[in-house]
Design a binder for this molecule. Structure first.
Ligand code: NAD
Length: 501
């Protein structure tokens, strides 16, 4: 048979077309997938779990593992960024529904502040721009240090920022080429499932693979144990109290622990007292004080204490008298009869714990319970107490801020360091004296130290820098972002191989 050049070209073209078709059937690249109808893709990708939410934890791990292997082999950095943009947009489009779901399910905090946190995580969580390659070049050639993924990450989320942590962790973990399996807080499993499904749909609609983000629908400590033990899980990230952090750090696997805080505020005599009062109220009343960074106790130098209290009362605070304070303690605290550890400490000998029903409730609910009508909107309750008071020592997560009057800065620093219980989480100081600020910052050594502003500035809310919902104090990574979830890989090109002799 005689074949002309045109015949040969025709055969080659047909073979190439067939191969291309097979490849797009098997491996949907970001570009190809983004041309397909989003609904159709979602159907194909959600065959196993429901958009990332699985009945069985082993399926959640397996699906995340398959997705990650596929992701790292077939998608470029710009594809990752397209998926992250889709997650940001989905969060902003669904923020009202998400915020309402969080409040309804967890019964903690304020709707407006859930919205603010969702906006913050959607817009200020770093993406792939966070991954910087380090390069050394010289006579001996070129060496680069790249940031590569771990693989599958097992992540645990708190009830206090359930959806916000899922969105924030997912963006950072996907940006760095990982997949993530969440063991969410059981008291927030519905809104968490909604968030995981929303994220999966967003990723798929941007041409990405299904199941980069998964969870088990009914999370328990046993499902967490399974995630931890799974050989596919290469890194653990825990956001919550000290019990969780301890459990993850005892696992034998690499773990990033973001634990509890009990952030103190110091106010000295050089501060702008009115500004200090406003900023303390802003931070301490935000989301009814359930944030780990929130101002939990104040140490104010005696000479300006009355001034501070006066300005706080003028800016949304109600001062509890001794009798009212005792009434609040009678319903919002309970004796630690079973000698168990809770809150910000593993100490089993604590005399009191906070009553769960009062955590994250608003200040007006406390006043209603006391039968007080203040005649104006109140954001925060304040009370003057001694250092040993349980409201100072507990991470109570209620809008009740204890104020301790101190002789001088030395006493303020000493007490604040003790009240922080060595968590090295967050501290604030209001002062115009740089030496004083430096003294307290050095003494307390917290992961976040905010000067002359509310705690919120420490996570990029009215302060510079990126945001995170996972502040890794115990393990030292600080305010986590994409680069935190990476492994360093050194790649060396030695000059000797090219030397001309
Ligand atoms: P929590 O410790 O009760 O629960 C957090 C998560 O850990 C949940 O998913 C829970 O099911 C799981 N968990 C708890 N104890 C565990 C154990 N012993 N073994 C295995 N899993 C366990 O905390 P929470 O009430 O959900 O959240 C509030 C706490 O989290 C506060 O102490 C707060 O300071 C802290 N927090 C820290 C950060 C941070 O970035 N450092 C952020 C948010 C909240």
């Amino acid at each position: 048979m005689n074949l002309t050049e045109a015949d040969v070209q025709k055969i080659i073209n047909s073979v190439i077309t067939n191969i291309e078709k097979k490849l797009t059937d098997v491996v949907p690249t970001a570009a190809a997938a983004s041309q397909a109808e989003p609904a159709k893709q979602a159907e194909v990708f959600s065959a196993v779990g429901e958009h990332g939410a699985f009945d069985r934890v082993e399926d959640a791990v397996k699906a995340a593992h398959q997705a990650q292997v596929h992701y790292i082999q077939n998608y470029k950095l710009e594809d990752r960024e397209a998926m992250i943009t889709a997650i940001r947009q989905a969060t902003l489009s669904n923020k009202n529904e998400l915020a309402q779901m969080i409040v309804t399910e967890t019964k903690l905090g304020k709707l407006a502040h859930k919205l603010a946190k969702l906006e913050l995580t959607a817009t200020k969580t770093p993406g792939t721009e966070d991954l910087k390659t380090l390069a050394f070049s010289g006579d001996d050639g070129l060496t680069i240090v790249e940031l590569g993924p771990f693989g599958v990450i097992g992540a645990v989320t708190p009830v206090t920022n359930p959806v916000e942590t899922i969105i924030n962790n997912s963006i950072g973990m996907i940006a760095s080429g990982n997949a993530v399996v969440f063991n969410v807080h059981p008291s927030a499993k519905k809104c968490s499932a909604f968030a995981v499904q929303m994220i999966n749909k967003a990723i798929v609609s941007a041409g990405g693979p299904a199941n980069l983000v998964t969870m088990v629908k009914e999370p328990t400590k046993e499902t967490l144990d399974q995630i931890v033990a799974a050989p596919e899980t290469k890194l653990l990230v825990g956001t919550g109290g000290p019990g969780l952090v301890k459990a993850l750090l005892s696992s034998g696997k690499k773990a990033i622990g973001a634990g509890a805080g009990n952030p103190p505020v110091v106010v000295d005599e050089t501060a702008d007292i009115e500004n200090a009062a406003k900023e303390i109220i802003k931070g301490a009343s935000f989301d009814n004080n359930i944030l780990c960074i929130a101002e939990k106790e104040v140490f104010v130098v005696d000479s300006v204490a009355d001034d501070l209290i006066y300005h706080m009362m003028n800016n949304g605070a109600y001062r509890l008298d001794q009798q009212e304070l005792e009434q609040v303690m009678s319903f919002a605290l309970e004796a630690n009869e079973k000698q168990v550890a809770r809150g910000c400490s593993l100490d089993t000998k604590r005399v009191y714990h906070t009553v769960k029903d009062w955590i994250g409730k608003d200040a007006m609910s406390f006043l209603n319970k006391l039968g007080i009508n203040p005649g104006r909107e109140i954001d925060l309750l304040i009370c003057e107490v001694d250092f040993d008071h349980p409201f100072v020592q507990l991470e109570q997560m209620m809008p009740v801020l204890p104020i301790v009057r101190v002789k001088n800065l030395d006493e303020a620093i000493e007490m604040a360091v003790k009240a922080e219980h060595g968590n090295r989480h967050t501290a604030m100081m209001h002062s115009h004296n740089v030496n004083n600020l430096t003294r307290f910052a050095r003494a307390i050594g917290t992961t976040i130290f905010v000067k002359n502003a509310s705690s919120l500035a420490g996570v990029g809310f009215g302060g510079e820098g990126h945001t995170t919902m996972t502040i890794a104090g115990p393990t030292g990574e600080g305010l986590t972002s994409a680069k935190t979830f990476t492994r360093q890989r050194r790649c060396v090109l030695a000059e000797g191989a090219f030397r001309i002799v």
